[in-house]
Design a protein around this ligand. Sequence first.
Ligand code: ZN
Length: 105
Amino acid sequence: MEKQETRGYKLEDIIGSPLMISSDKNTRIYGLNVKGRAVDISAYSESETRKGYFHKVEVEYLPSSMYLISGSCTCESFRYYGMPCKHMLKVRNVYIKNKDKLNKE
Ligand SMILES: [Zn+2]
């Protein structure tokens, strides 16, 4: 399990079907939970250095302010710095771009 966290997840390790796949195919949203003004997004975003491996990304986001309230990612950058990484921002941006489509579900 530790090994998988480090290297990332292969698509066949990911359970369920995505609600949305980004146009460049490297970010996949699996879960969406609106709670009040905030939205929780569960997603996987592909590693840029290890193609075929995805990081698990959780983002809590406040649409009215563009602000990331909290979140996590399994990538090295987030685990080392504890700051929002490019995957978390990517997931937020994919959500923003596809918000109307996603919220129609
Ligand atoms: Zn990351």
